[in-house]
Write a protein that binds this ligand. Structure first.
Ligand code: FEO
Length: 161
């Protein structure tokens, strides 16, 4: 049985992973509208991954005898300044998600909930990867300016392999 505090934080994470999914969906749609099909594909795929992350939390909470709440999500932005700013935002958002996961990990230790701690280790590893791939895209975009943007739009899906 999940302790109340851990259940609340896991439910908070359901909302955060779900919001990540619609945030990336909004970014994908913007990229598509602005002729960047490669970046759009990457972001659509990322939105699917975030939905899967949300589901992992929903199912884990229920499996442990808790109650997973499906929340309403805030509306994500419609407009973005540009692709560099957008990926800067992706990176910042992933850092926020990592901090959020770490907070739950900390709570599981305080509450001696080692099963949830074990469940969260997958997310700890996943966040290392997500931050590093967002950072790599930001670095490339900042280094290369406009030329690299078109090249990256063509090649970005290879970064997911
Ligand atoms: Fe599920 Fe990118 O955090």
């Amino acid at each position: 049985m999940l302790k109340k505090k851990v259940e609340e934080l896991c439910n908070r994470q359901v909302e955060r992973e779900g919001y990540s999914s619609i945030l990336y969906l909004a970014m994908a749609s913007w990229a598509e509208q602005n002729g960047m099909a490669g970046f759009a594909s990457w972001l659509y795929a990322q939105a699917d991954e975030e939905k899967a992350h949300m589901l992992k939390f929903v199912r884990y909470i229920n499996e442990r005898g808790g109650r997973a709440d499906i929340p309403a999500f805030s509306k994500p932005p419609v407009d973005f300044k540009g692709i560099v700013e957008m990926f800067d935002e992706v990176l910042k958002h992933e850092q926020f998600i990592s901090a959020s996961i770490n907070e739950i990990v900390e709570t599981t230790l305080a509450e001696k909930d080692f099963a949830t701690n074990n469940f969260l280790q997958w997310f700890v590893a996943e966040q290392v990867e997500e931050e590093s791939s967002a950072q790599a895209i930001v670095d490339k975009l900042k280094l290369g300016g406009k030329n690299i943007m078109y090249q990256m739009d063509r090649d970005i899906m290879k970064l997911r392999d």
